[in-house]
Design a protein around this ligand. Structure first.
Ligand code: ZN
Length: 67
């Protein structure tokens, strides 16, 4: 089950928990899609079945165009 947390990178609402996608809409119920955090989720070190946004890991930092 996911729960809503605040992203450490952009202070937007995001989710913490399973990455099945099943509960993301429940966790972020009432949050408009454009207001949701867009950072990538990584496995939690102590629990690889759970996912979280790591501080410093943003969509932008992951998708650096290789010039
Ligand atoms: Zn974010």
């Amino acid at each position: 089950m996911c729960r809503r947390v605040t992203c450490p990178n952009d202070n937007k609402p995001t989710w913490w928990g399973c990455e099945t996608g099943k509960h993301i809409d429940t966790a972020l119920d009432g949050v408009a899609e454009q207001d949701r955090c867009d950072c990538p989720h990584s496995p939690v070190e102590s629990n690889p079945n759970m996912f979280e946004v790591k501080p410093g890991v943003t969509k932008e930092s992951e998708q650096q165009p290789s010039a």
